[in-house]
Design a protein around this ligand. Structure first.
Ligand code: GTR
Length: 454
Protein backbone atom coordinates (compact mmCIF):
# COMPACT_ATOMS: atom_id res chain seq x y z
CA UNK A 1 0.00 0.00 0.00
CA UNK A 2 1.46 3.34 -0.95
CA UNK A 3 1.35 6.27 1.38
CA UNK A 4 -1.52 7.92 -0.48
CA UNK A 5 -3.74 4.85 -0.14
CA UNK A 6 -2.81 4.50 3.51
CA UNK A 7 -3.82 8.07 4.18
CA UNK A 8 -7.14 7.59 2.38
CA UNK A 9 -7.83 4.41 4.37
CA UNK A 10 -7.06 6.14 7.67
CA UNK A 11 -9.33 9.05 6.73
CA UNK A 12 -12.12 6.63 5.83
CA UNK A 13 -11.77 4.77 9.13
CA UNK A 14 -11.79 8.00 11.09
CA UNK A 15 -14.90 9.18 9.25
CA UNK A 16 -16.68 5.88 9.86
CA UNK A 17 -15.88 5.82 13.56
CA UNK A 18 -16.99 9.45 13.89
CA UNK A 19 -20.33 8.79 12.22
CA UNK A 20 -20.88 5.71 14.38
CA UNK A 21 -20.11 7.67 17.53
CA UNK A 22 -22.40 10.52 16.59
CA UNK A 23 -25.16 8.08 15.57
CA UNK A 24 -24.76 6.37 18.95
CA UNK A 25 -24.88 9.66 20.78
CA UNK A 26 -28.03 10.54 18.90
CA UNK A 27 -29.74 7.27 19.82
CA UNK A 28 -28.83 7.81 23.46
CA UNK A 29 -30.15 11.33 23.32
CA UNK A 30 -33.43 10.11 21.84
CA UNK A 31 -33.68 7.37 24.47
CA UNK A 32 -33.09 9.66 27.40
CA UNK A 33 -35.45 12.30 26.01
CA UNK A 34 -38.80 11.92 27.74
CA UNK A 35 -40.81 14.47 25.89
CA UNK A 36 -41.27 15.70 22.37
CA UNK A 37 -39.17 18.53 20.96
CA UNK A 38 -39.61 19.90 17.46
CA UNK A 39 -36.82 18.81 15.17
CA UNK A 40 -34.33 21.51 14.37
CA UNK A 41 -34.72 20.87 10.62
CA UNK A 42 -38.49 21.32 10.79
CA UNK A 43 -38.17 24.59 12.74
CA UNK A 44 -35.49 25.86 10.34
CA UNK A 45 -37.51 24.97 7.25
CA UNK A 46 -40.65 26.56 8.69
CA UNK A 47 -38.69 29.72 9.52
CA UNK A 48 -37.33 29.88 5.99
CA UNK A 49 -40.84 29.77 4.54
CA UNK A 50 -42.28 32.28 7.04
CA UNK A 51 -39.39 34.33 8.47
CA UNK A 52 -41.59 36.58 10.60
CA UNK A 53 -43.14 33.64 12.48
CA UNK A 54 -41.90 32.22 15.79
CA UNK A 55 -40.81 28.61 15.37
CA UNK A 56 -38.23 28.33 18.16
CA UNK A 57 -39.11 27.92 21.82
CA UNK A 58 -36.46 30.42 22.87
CA UNK A 59 -38.25 33.14 20.88
CA UNK A 60 -41.59 32.68 22.64
CA UNK A 61 -42.30 35.88 24.62
CA UNK A 62 -43.00 35.75 28.32
CA UNK A 63 -46.68 35.50 29.02
CA UNK A 64 -49.05 34.94 31.93
CA UNK A 65 -52.14 32.80 31.59
CA UNK A 66 -55.38 33.65 33.37
CA UNK A 67 -55.91 31.15 36.18
CA UNK A 68 -58.97 28.99 35.46
CA UNK A 69 -59.68 28.89 39.18
CA UNK A 70 -59.57 32.62 39.90
CA UNK A 71 -62.53 34.84 38.99
CA UNK A 72 -61.96 38.05 37.05
CA UNK A 73 -62.46 39.96 40.34
CA UNK A 74 -59.70 37.94 42.03
CA UNK A 75 -61.92 35.58 44.07
CA UNK A 76 -60.61 32.02 44.27
CA UNK A 77 -62.80 29.21 42.95
CA UNK A 78 -62.81 26.60 45.68
CA UNK A 79 -65.67 24.24 44.89
CA UNK A 80 -67.26 22.43 41.99
CA UNK A 81 -70.39 24.46 42.61
CA UNK A 82 -68.49 27.72 42.32
CA UNK A 83 -66.89 26.51 39.11
CA UNK A 84 -70.27 25.53 37.64
CA UNK A 85 -72.28 28.53 38.73
CA UNK A 86 -69.74 31.36 38.67
CA UNK A 87 -66.44 30.80 36.91
CA UNK A 88 -67.62 28.60 34.03
CA UNK A 89 -70.34 31.07 32.93
CA UNK A 90 -67.83 33.92 33.29
CA UNK A 91 -65.33 32.22 30.97
CA UNK A 92 -67.99 31.24 28.46
CA UNK A 93 -69.14 34.84 28.30
CA UNK A 94 -65.57 36.06 27.74
CA UNK A 95 -65.19 33.70 24.77
CA UNK A 96 -68.52 34.89 23.36
CA UNK A 97 -67.65 38.52 23.79
CA UNK A 98 -64.04 38.54 22.64
CA UNK A 99 -63.37 35.50 20.47
CA UNK A 100 -66.15 33.58 18.72
CA UNK A 101 -69.16 35.89 19.03
CA UNK A 102 -72.72 35.35 20.10
CA UNK A 103 -74.87 32.84 18.24
CA UNK A 104 -78.61 32.68 18.88
CA UNK A 105 -78.85 30.53 22.00
CA UNK A 106 -82.11 28.75 21.47
CA UNK A 107 -83.10 26.26 18.87
CA UNK A 108 -84.93 28.18 16.13
CA UNK A 109 -88.71 28.09 16.22
CA UNK A 110 -90.15 26.31 13.23
CA UNK A 111 -87.02 24.23 12.53
CA UNK A 112 -87.91 20.97 10.76
CA UNK A 113 -86.19 17.64 10.14
CA UNK A 114 -86.90 15.70 6.98
CA UNK A 115 -85.41 12.25 6.49
CA UNK A 116 -85.11 12.14 2.70
CA UNK A 117 -83.12 8.92 2.46
CA UNK A 118 -83.14 5.70 4.51
CA UNK A 119 -81.36 2.53 3.46
CA UNK A 120 -81.07 -0.30 5.98
CA UNK A 121 -78.72 -2.27 3.74
CA UNK A 122 -76.23 0.43 2.80
CA UNK A 123 -72.58 -0.41 2.12
CA UNK A 124 -73.43 -4.02 1.23
CA UNK A 125 -75.46 -4.52 4.38
CA UNK A 126 -72.85 -3.07 6.74
CA UNK A 127 -74.72 0.09 7.60
CA UNK A 128 -77.98 1.92 7.97
CA UNK A 129 -77.72 5.17 6.01
CA UNK A 130 -79.90 8.16 6.67
CA UNK A 131 -79.84 11.61 5.13
CA UNK A 132 -81.73 14.34 6.87
CA UNK A 133 -82.43 17.90 5.84
CA UNK A 134 -82.59 20.30 8.75
CA UNK A 135 -84.50 23.37 7.63
CA UNK A 136 -83.72 26.07 10.16
CA UNK A 137 -86.79 28.23 9.61
CA UNK A 138 -89.15 25.59 8.25
CA UNK A 139 -89.72 27.83 5.22
CA UNK A 140 -89.00 26.36 1.79
CA UNK A 141 -86.51 29.09 0.88
CA UNK A 142 -84.89 29.19 4.33
CA UNK A 143 -81.32 28.04 5.02
CA UNK A 144 -80.84 24.33 5.63
CA UNK A 145 -78.19 21.68 6.16
CA UNK A 146 -78.03 18.01 5.25
CA UNK A 147 -76.82 15.48 7.82
CA UNK A 148 -75.41 12.25 6.43
CA UNK A 149 -75.56 9.44 8.98
CA UNK A 150 -74.24 5.86 8.92
CA UNK A 151 -74.97 3.52 11.81
CA UNK A 152 -73.68 -0.05 12.17
CA UNK A 153 -76.43 -2.32 10.78
CA UNK A 154 -75.71 -4.89 13.49
CA UNK A 155 -76.49 -2.46 16.33
CA UNK A 156 -79.09 -3.72 18.79
CA UNK A 157 -79.39 -0.49 20.76
CA UNK A 158 -78.89 3.26 20.20
CA UNK A 159 -75.39 3.88 18.88
CA UNK A 160 -72.75 6.26 20.27
CA UNK A 161 -71.85 8.45 17.33
CA UNK A 162 -69.06 10.69 16.09
CA UNK A 163 -70.25 13.89 14.45
CA UNK A 164 -67.96 16.13 12.42
CA UNK A 165 -68.23 18.89 9.89
CA UNK A 166 -66.57 18.24 6.54
CA UNK A 167 -64.75 20.72 4.29
CA UNK A 168 -66.08 19.96 0.80
CA UNK A 169 -69.48 18.27 0.97
CA UNK A 170 -71.00 15.09 2.43
CA UNK A 171 -70.45 13.23 -0.84
CA UNK A 172 -66.67 13.55 -0.39
CA UNK A 173 -66.44 11.35 2.71
CA UNK A 174 -67.34 8.09 0.93
CA UNK A 175 -67.83 6.93 -2.69
CA UNK A 176 -71.35 5.60 -1.87
CA UNK A 177 -73.28 6.86 -4.95
CA UNK A 178 -76.45 7.37 -2.91
CA UNK A 179 -74.97 10.27 -0.99
CA UNK A 180 -76.56 13.51 -2.16
CA UNK A 181 -74.06 15.63 -4.06
CA UNK A 182 -73.73 19.01 -2.35
CA UNK A 183 -75.26 21.73 -4.48
CA UNK A 184 -73.85 24.76 -2.64
CA UNK A 185 -70.70 26.84 -3.00
CA UNK A 186 -67.52 24.80 -2.40
CA UNK A 187 -63.94 26.11 -2.11
CA UNK A 188 -62.15 25.61 -5.39
CA UNK A 189 -59.33 23.62 -3.78
CA UNK A 190 -61.87 20.81 -3.20
CA UNK A 191 -61.13 17.85 -5.49
CA UNK A 192 -63.30 17.56 -8.58
CA UNK A 193 -64.75 21.03 -7.93
CA UNK A 194 -65.47 23.19 -10.99
CA UNK A 195 -66.54 26.82 -10.66
CA UNK A 196 -67.08 26.30 -6.94
CA UNK A 197 -69.55 23.45 -7.56
CA UNK A 198 -69.16 19.75 -6.77
CA UNK A 199 -69.08 17.28 -9.64
CA UNK A 200 -69.39 13.48 -9.70
CA UNK A 201 -65.60 13.44 -9.58
CA UNK A 202 -65.70 14.83 -6.04
CA UNK A 203 -67.27 11.68 -4.63
CA UNK A 204 -65.23 9.88 -1.96
CA UNK A 205 -62.26 12.20 -2.41
CA UNK A 206 -61.94 12.94 1.33
CA UNK A 207 -62.59 9.43 2.56
CA UNK A 208 -63.42 9.29 6.28
CA UNK A 209 -62.54 5.65 7.19
CA UNK A 210 -66.21 4.92 7.61
CA UNK A 211 -66.06 1.10 7.61
CA UNK A 212 -63.52 0.99 10.44
CA UNK A 213 -65.58 3.31 12.58
CA UNK A 214 -68.70 1.21 12.03
CA UNK A 215 -66.74 -1.97 12.79
CA UNK A 216 -65.84 -0.53 16.19
CA UNK A 217 -69.53 -0.07 16.96
CA UNK A 218 -69.78 3.68 16.38
CA UNK A 219 -72.05 5.66 14.15
CA UNK A 220 -70.81 8.54 12.06
CA UNK A 221 -72.65 11.73 11.15
CA UNK A 222 -71.34 14.53 9.01
CA UNK A 223 -72.44 17.89 7.65
CA UNK A 224 -70.84 20.13 5.03
CA UNK A 225 -69.71 23.27 6.88
CA UNK A 226 -70.65 25.38 3.84
CA UNK A 227 -74.32 24.49 4.33
CA UNK A 228 -74.11 26.66 7.44
CA UNK A 229 -71.76 29.29 6.14
CA UNK A 230 -69.53 29.06 3.07
CA UNK A 231 -65.91 29.52 4.11
CA UNK A 232 -65.39 32.84 2.38
CA UNK A 233 -65.54 36.39 3.65
CA UNK A 234 -68.61 37.94 2.10
CA UNK A 235 -69.71 40.25 4.92
CA UNK A 236 -72.01 37.53 6.29
CA UNK A 237 -74.44 37.80 3.39
CA UNK A 238 -74.92 34.08 2.85
CA UNK A 239 -75.42 31.03 5.07
CA UNK A 240 -77.33 31.30 8.34
CA UNK A 241 -76.08 34.77 9.36
CA UNK A 242 -78.47 37.04 7.46
CA UNK A 243 -81.47 35.03 8.64
CA UNK A 244 -80.63 34.96 12.34
CA UNK A 245 -78.40 38.05 12.77
CA UNK A 246 -79.36 40.25 15.67
CA UNK A 247 -78.71 43.66 14.07
CA UNK A 248 -78.52 46.79 16.19
CA UNK A 249 -79.47 49.90 14.17
CA UNK A 250 -79.00 47.81 11.05
CA UNK A 251 -75.44 46.88 12.02
CA UNK A 252 -73.68 43.77 13.28
CA UNK A 253 -72.17 44.31 16.72
CA UNK A 254 -68.46 43.69 17.51
CA UNK A 255 -69.45 40.46 19.26
CA UNK A 256 -71.85 39.29 16.54
CA UNK A 257 -71.37 35.63 15.65
CA UNK A 258 -68.95 34.89 12.86
CA UNK A 259 -68.26 31.79 10.80
CA UNK A 260 -66.79 29.42 13.41
CA UNK A 261 -69.69 30.24 15.71
CA UNK A 262 -72.18 29.53 12.92
CA UNK A 263 -70.52 26.20 12.22
CA UNK A 264 -70.64 25.29 15.92
CA UNK A 265 -74.27 26.38 16.06
CA UNK A 266 -74.98 23.96 13.20
CA UNK A 267 -73.45 21.13 15.23
CA UNK A 268 -75.88 21.96 18.02
CA UNK A 269 -78.75 21.79 15.55
CA UNK A 270 -77.49 18.35 14.51
CA UNK A 271 -77.61 17.44 18.20
CA UNK A 272 -81.24 18.60 18.24
CA UNK A 273 -81.87 16.07 15.50
CA UNK A 274 -79.96 13.27 17.27
CA UNK A 275 -82.21 13.77 20.28
CA UNK A 276 -85.16 12.93 18.07
CA UNK A 277 -83.63 9.79 16.51
CA UNK A 278 -84.15 6.62 18.56
CA UNK A 279 -81.31 4.75 16.88
CA UNK A 280 -78.69 7.31 17.92
CA UNK A 281 -77.41 7.38 21.49
CA UNK A 282 -77.63 11.16 21.83
CA UNK A 283 -76.17 11.05 25.34
CA UNK A 284 -72.95 9.68 23.87
CA UNK A 285 -72.09 11.90 20.96
CA UNK A 286 -68.45 12.75 20.26
CA UNK A 287 -67.90 15.97 18.33
CA UNK A 288 -64.72 15.97 16.30
CA UNK A 289 -63.07 18.38 13.91
CA UNK A 290 -59.85 18.94 12.02
CA UNK A 291 -58.04 22.25 11.79
CA UNK A 292 -60.49 25.16 11.37
CA UNK A 293 -63.21 22.61 12.00
CA UNK A 294 -61.28 21.48 15.10
CA UNK A 295 -61.49 25.05 16.41
CA UNK A 296 -65.19 24.62 15.73
CA UNK A 297 -65.58 21.28 17.51
CA UNK A 298 -63.96 22.78 20.61
CA UNK A 299 -66.25 25.78 20.57
CA UNK A 300 -69.27 23.54 19.92
CA UNK A 301 -68.30 21.36 22.89
CA UNK A 302 -67.74 24.38 25.11
CA UNK A 303 -70.98 26.11 24.22
CA UNK A 304 -73.20 23.02 24.15
CA UNK A 305 -72.75 20.60 27.02
CA UNK A 306 -74.87 17.94 25.35
CA UNK A 307 -71.72 16.78 23.53
CA UNK A 308 -70.31 13.97 25.66
CA UNK A 309 -66.79 13.94 24.20
CA UNK A 310 -64.93 16.69 22.37
CA UNK A 311 -62.03 16.09 19.98
CA UNK A 312 -59.69 18.60 18.39
CA UNK A 313 -57.40 17.44 15.60
CA UNK A 314 -54.58 19.88 14.76
CA UNK A 315 -56.81 22.86 15.55
CA UNK A 316 -53.99 25.35 16.32
CA UNK A 317 -54.57 29.08 16.72
CA UNK A 318 -58.07 29.93 17.94
CA UNK A 319 -58.49 26.20 18.73
CA UNK A 320 -56.39 24.27 21.21
CA UNK A 321 -53.16 26.31 20.92
CA UNK A 322 -52.42 29.06 23.44
CA UNK A 323 -52.65 32.46 21.74
CA UNK A 324 -50.31 34.24 24.15
CA UNK A 325 -47.33 32.06 23.12
CA UNK A 326 -47.46 33.57 19.60
CA UNK A 327 -45.74 30.42 18.30
CA UNK A 328 -46.68 29.58 14.69
CA UNK A 329 -49.93 31.19 13.57
CA UNK A 330 -50.78 34.31 15.58
CA UNK A 331 -54.01 36.14 16.34
CA UNK A 332 -53.08 38.87 13.86
CA UNK A 333 -52.26 36.36 11.14
CA UNK A 334 -55.47 34.41 11.52
CA UNK A 335 -57.65 37.53 11.70
CA UNK A 336 -55.96 38.93 8.60
CA UNK A 337 -56.14 35.77 6.50
CA UNK A 338 -59.57 34.71 7.71
CA UNK A 339 -61.42 37.87 8.82
CA UNK A 340 -64.73 36.01 8.89
CA UNK A 341 -63.85 33.25 11.37
CA UNK A 342 -63.92 35.17 14.67
CA UNK A 343 -65.98 38.08 15.96
CA UNK A 344 -64.75 41.63 15.35
CA UNK A 345 -63.67 42.10 18.97
CA UNK A 346 -61.01 39.42 18.51
CA UNK A 347 -59.22 41.72 16.05
CA UNK A 348 -58.53 44.14 18.90
CA UNK A 349 -55.96 41.63 20.11
CA UNK A 350 -53.97 41.54 16.87
CA UNK A 351 -50.37 41.79 18.09
CA UNK A 352 -51.72 42.34 21.62
CA UNK A 353 -52.24 38.80 22.85
CA UNK A 354 -51.07 39.78 26.31
CA UNK A 355 -54.26 41.83 26.71
CA UNK A 356 -56.59 38.91 25.96
CA UNK A 357 -58.72 38.21 29.05
CA UNK A 358 -58.89 34.52 28.05
CA UNK A 359 -56.62 31.96 26.48
CA UNK A 360 -57.38 28.62 24.95
CA UNK A 361 -56.68 26.50 28.06
CA UNK A 362 -59.88 28.02 29.41
CA UNK A 363 -61.71 26.68 26.37
CA UNK A 364 -60.46 23.17 27.19
CA UNK A 365 -61.47 23.71 30.82
CA UNK A 366 -65.04 24.44 29.69
CA UNK A 367 -65.35 20.77 28.69
CA UNK A 368 -65.02 19.61 32.32
CA UNK A 369 -66.24 17.21 33.63
CA UNK A 370 -66.56 15.71 30.13
CA UNK A 371 -63.65 14.01 28.35
CA UNK A 372 -61.69 16.01 25.79
CA UNK A 373 -58.92 14.92 23.41
CA UNK A 374 -56.39 17.15 21.67
CA UNK A 375 -54.01 15.91 18.98
CA UNK A 376 -51.02 17.51 17.26
CA UNK A 377 -48.62 16.52 14.49
CA UNK A 378 -44.84 16.97 14.66
CA UNK A 379 -44.49 18.70 11.29
CA UNK A 380 -47.42 20.99 12.00
CA UNK A 381 -45.56 23.76 13.81
CA UNK A 382 -47.98 26.33 12.39
CA UNK A 383 -50.55 24.87 14.82
CA UNK A 384 -48.04 24.98 17.75
CA UNK A 385 -48.10 21.43 19.17
CA UNK A 386 -46.56 22.53 22.49
CA UNK A 387 -49.14 25.30 22.80
CA UNK A 388 -51.88 22.70 22.24
CA UNK A 389 -50.40 20.47 24.92
CA UNK A 390 -50.04 23.39 27.34
CA UNK A 391 -53.71 24.25 26.95
CA UNK A 392 -54.58 20.76 28.13
CA UNK A 393 -52.09 20.94 30.97
CA UNK A 394 -53.37 24.32 32.16
CA UNK A 395 -56.99 23.15 32.03
CA UNK A 396 -56.19 20.28 34.35
CA UNK A 397 -56.74 22.12 37.69
CA UNK A 398 -60.44 22.34 36.87
CA UNK A 399 -60.69 18.56 36.45
CA UNK A 400 -58.79 18.10 39.69
CA UNK A 401 -61.10 20.49 41.54
CA UNK A 402 -64.06 18.42 40.38
CA UNK A 403 -62.28 15.30 41.65
CA UNK A 404 -61.39 13.88 38.25
CA UNK A 405 -58.15 12.86 36.60
CA UNK A 406 -56.98 15.26 33.89
CA UNK A 407 -53.95 14.71 31.71
CA UNK A 408 -51.70 13.28 34.47
CA UNK A 409 -48.36 13.89 32.75
CA UNK A 410 -46.00 16.76 33.45
CA UNK A 411 -44.53 17.38 30.02
CA UNK A 412 -45.29 16.57 26.41
CA UNK A 413 -45.16 12.84 25.67
CA UNK A 414 -42.83 11.42 23.06
CA UNK A 415 -43.93 11.14 19.47
CA UNK A 416 -46.65 8.57 18.82
CA UNK A 417 -47.16 7.87 22.53
CA UNK A 418 -50.76 8.82 23.30
CA UNK A 419 -51.69 9.87 26.82
CA UNK A 420 -55.07 8.56 27.86
CA UNK A 421 -54.81 8.40 31.63
CA UNK A 422 -57.70 10.62 32.63
CA UNK A 423 -60.38 12.83 31.12
CA UNK A 424 -57.93 14.82 29.00
CA UNK A 425 -56.32 12.85 26.18
CA UNK A 426 -53.40 14.04 24.08
CA UNK A 427 -51.05 12.80 21.41
CA UNK A 428 -48.51 14.13 18.98
CA UNK A 429 -48.01 11.90 15.99
CA UNK A 430 -45.42 11.74 13.27
CA UNK A 431 -46.42 13.60 10.15
CA UNK A 432 -48.07 16.61 8.66
CA UNK A 433 -51.23 18.57 9.32
CA UNK A 434 -54.11 16.15 8.66
CA UNK A 435 -56.62 13.73 10.15
CA UNK A 436 -55.12 10.28 9.76
CA UNK A 437 -55.99 6.67 10.45
CA UNK A 438 -53.68 6.82 13.47
CA UNK A 439 -55.59 9.80 14.89
CA UNK A 440 -58.94 8.03 14.44
CA UNK A 441 -57.64 4.95 16.22
CA UNK A 442 -56.68 6.97 19.29
CA UNK A 443 -60.04 8.75 19.29
CA UNK A 444 -61.90 5.46 19.16
CA UNK A 445 -59.74 4.01 21.95
CA UNK A 446 -60.49 7.08 24.05
CA UNK A 447 -64.19 6.86 23.17
CA UNK A 448 -64.21 3.18 24.20
CA UNK A 449 -63.08 4.30 27.64
CA UNK A 450 -65.48 7.18 28.03
CA UNK A 451 -68.55 6.64 25.85
CA UNK A 452 -69.21 2.94 25.86
CA UNK A 453 -70.78 1.10 28.74
CA UNK A 454 -71.80 4.28 30.53
C1 GTR B 1 -54.78 27.39 7.80
C2 GTR B 1 -55.07 28.24 9.00
C3 GTR B 1 -55.15 27.37 10.21
C4 GTR B 1 -55.97 26.12 9.99
C5 GTR B 1 -55.90 25.57 8.58
C6 GTR B 1 -57.03 24.64 8.14
O1 GTR B 1 -54.58 28.12 6.66
O2 GTR B 1 -54.05 29.17 9.12
O3 GTR B 1 -55.63 28.12 11.31
O4 GTR B 1 -57.25 26.27 10.39
O5 GTR B 1 -55.89 26.56 7.63
O6 GTR B 1 -58.18 24.80 8.53
O7 GTR B 1 -56.73 23.76 7.34
Amino acid sequence: MNIKNLLTLTACLMFLSFTTISALAQTQETKSQKSWQPSREVSDAATRSRPDTIYYERKVPEYTLPNPLVMANGTKVVSTKMWRTKRRPEILELFRKYVYGRAPINRPKGMTFKVFDLDRKALNGLAVRRQVTVNFTGKPDGPSMDILIYLPAAAKKPVPTFVFLNFYGNHTIHPDPAIKLSSGWIPKRGRGVIDHRATEKSRGRNYARLERILARGYGLATIYCGDLDPDVHDGFQNGVHPVFDNLIDGKRSPDAWATIDAWAWGLSRAMDYFESDDEIDHKHIAVLGHSRLGKTSLWAGASDERFALVISNNSGCGGAALSKRQFGETVKRINTNFPHWFCDNFKKFNGKENLLPVDQHLLIALMAPRPVYVASADKDLWADPRGEFLSCKNAEPVYHLIGLKGLEVEDMPLLDSPVQKGKIGYHIRTGKHGLTEYDWQQYMDFADKHLKGH
